[in-house]
Design a protein around this ligand. Structure first.
Ligand code: GLY
Length: 312
């Protein structure tokens, strides 16, 4: 694979960099080593996320992630190339350890962008991904402890209370390589104990992820329902396209969420980096929980922590 420049502006890229959220700790060091060896951003994104998907201690992604309300693991992931805007995603895929790799395969194999549910699982099987039970023992124990059995009641009754709460961790990886290419990827088990079939922003290009070499890369974590309603990643990119710096673009995206009225409202964190490697991480609410990201570029000996700044 090489980089393509069909777009109107070839970026003057750049110091290689990687931006991951804190869930990316299992993958960041390997990603840095790959970038130092001159690897392509798509390969670095995939590898950094695969390492996170395999890590049981990350409770929101892949093997360590939370199942749905029936105790079944359904995972979402996407990837996007900034040089061609090619994208691939899977939603509610079952029985695969590495949905990020299936998303890449969708992008590289099919004329489609997004596969969901049984079709995504069928595709993974047909192209040779090993099927495996990915409900980790720790996730099963958490499900049994924290997800009240519906008994004879419809599952939906667990979701219509005004007190419905959701935890929606995710891993994001935004990478610029020495060849001038930006790529992004996102992977998650989504809302803990979600309604079966629920797909979040991590599988929706434009909501949880958008990458364009001409401007930069944007990814979101936390409440996917709100990111989808606002087309959030693409909205932030449009501010960058219109000349805003990363901080201003992220802040405008977060302030725009005030237009969301009704429905479930939750935290959102936006990770953005422009094609010169300027980075900013912003969050919707200051809820007392520290949120940080891991950022490295080729002038740094190791990744640094960046705090998310609240927009309110
Ligand atoms: N942002 C991840 C999710 O809502 O599923």
């Amino acid at each position: 694979m090489s980089c393509h420049y069909g777009l109107d502006k070839v970026p003057q890229v750049m110091k290689p960099f990687i931006l991951m959220n804190s869930e990316g700790w299992p993958g960041i060091d390997r990603a840095i080593a790959l970038l130092q060896e001159g690897a392509l951003s798509l390969d670095v994104v995939e590898e950094s996320i695969r390492l996170t998907e395999s890590e049981e201690r990350v409770k929101t992604v892949g093997f360590g992630g939370a199942p749905n309300a029936m105790g079944v693991m359904q995972l979402d992931a996407s990837c996007m190339r900034g040089d061609t805007l090619e994208s691939g995603s899977v939603g509610a895929i079952e029985n695969v350890m590495h949905p990020i790799s299936v998303a890449r395969k969708v992008m590289e194999t099919l004329p489609h962008v997004m596969l969901v549910g049984a079709g995504a699982t069928l595709f993974a099987r047909e192209v040779g991904f090993q099927e495996t039970d990915i409900l980790a023992p720790s996730a099963r124990a958490r499900f049994e402890l924290e997800c009240p059995p519906a008994g004879d009641r419809p599952l939906v009754e667990n979701f219509i209370s005004p007190n419905t709460q959701g935890s929606h961790g995710t891993v994001i990886s935004l990478v610029g390589d020495a060849h001038g290419c930006l790529t992004g990827g996102v992977s998650t088990s989504g809302w803990d104990f979600k309604y079966p079939g629920r797909v979040g922003d991590s599988a929706v290009i434009g909501a949880g992820l958008y990458v364009d070499n001409r401007y930069g890369a944007v990814a979101c974590t936390h409440c996917g329902e709100n990111a989808i309603r606002a087309s959030l990643a693409r909205t932030v990119m449009l501010y960058m396209q219109k000349g805003a710096g990363v901080r201003e673009a992220v802040t405008e995206g977060l302030l725009g969420l005030r237009a969301l009225v009704g429905g479930y409202q939750g935290q959102l964190v936006i990770f953005a980096v422009d094609n010169q490697g300027e980075v900013f991480v912003g969050k919707r609410f200051s809820d007392g929980t520290p949120l940080h990201a891991l950022f490295w570029n080729s002038t740094m000996p190791e990744a640094q922590m960046i705090d998310a700044i609240a927009a309110e």
